[in-house]
Write a protein that binds this ligand. Sequence first.
Ligand code: IPM
Ligand code: MN
Length: 360
Amino acid sequence: MSKGFKIGVIPGDGTGPEVIAEGIKVLEAVGETKDIRFNLVHYDFGGERYLKTGEALPDSAIDDFRQLDAIYLGAIGHPDVQPGILEKGILLNMRFSLDQYINLRPVKLYPGVETPLKDKGPEDIDYVVVRENTEGLYTGAGGFLKKGTPDEVAVQESINTRKGVERCLKYAFEYCRKRNKRKKLTLCGKTNVLTYAFDLWERVFREIGESYPDIERDYAHVDAICMWMVKNPEMFDVVVTDNMFGDIITDLGATIQGGMGIAAGGNINPNGTSMFEPIGGSAPKYTGKNVINPLAAIMAGQMMLDHLGEFEAAGLVERSMIAVVQKHMRSLDVGKMGLTTTEVGDLVVKYIRSDLGSET
Ligand code: IPM
Ligand code: MN
């Protein structure tokens, strides 16, 4: 009997619907090939709906999401909605309410993809950033005093709980062990300045690390991490860090792995509903032009398959994507691909159907 998954689909804003359409084509093709059924439940949350109804994401939707096996999201962000409303109301709301406490962001340079790093290739650039996804500067803790006056004070607090830090680090150690590559976990922090937050992180890192004698532990300040991501990317295997640093270094990582056209991430609750999304935004200026690169969304779908335990299907999507990049795409950048959005999706589907991906 074939297996089935109930997937919530939120295409969202801008180019989100276009890239998600290609991602779904790919999921359906791989589902046919590998005998997996996807029961897709579509949701119209995003800027347009917010402008019409004034509602970003109702609590009832969060309850619905709990019944899903996973969520597949396109992009959130609308030029006519003040920045922060949709990001906080939809994206961060989902991450927090569903307790998706890990943001998993692979930085992997695929063969045929151009990196801005001189003299570095796929053998040098293959690591994963484990970003804490529910705490730090993102909780909204803080406030104003005397707002709008010359004496104004603005406080934005970084919240780091023992439980939150511990579960994130544990996940990172386990992930590093399961990944089974260099077996090295680097904590990215700033212990020389953030002497409370990263004192906690560093202590728990050492404590938990005792139970993982097979994993080499390494620590670096976030500024040095940025330097090494450019100069010596081969030194990384798994990098674990807090929410804000994770946000920043993964944009650098995305650029290094070929740009927003290919970078994908997973918001993981190991015991609940996880959400998968391309890292790039809604790119309003390219909306409806059939020019945006759908590979990041396709790779978010690939991560979702992997998360659902469909390893063969995930492998097939990855191989097919590599074949398309190597044989058909001039560039991964918008407008320079030499192909339209739909053509890229169709080609990935073609390789999936013929399973020629394994020959590359
Ligand atoms: C990301 C984004 C979000 C974040 C924004 C849109 C709130 O930049 O997923 O990295 O900061 O987490
Ligand atoms: Mn970001």
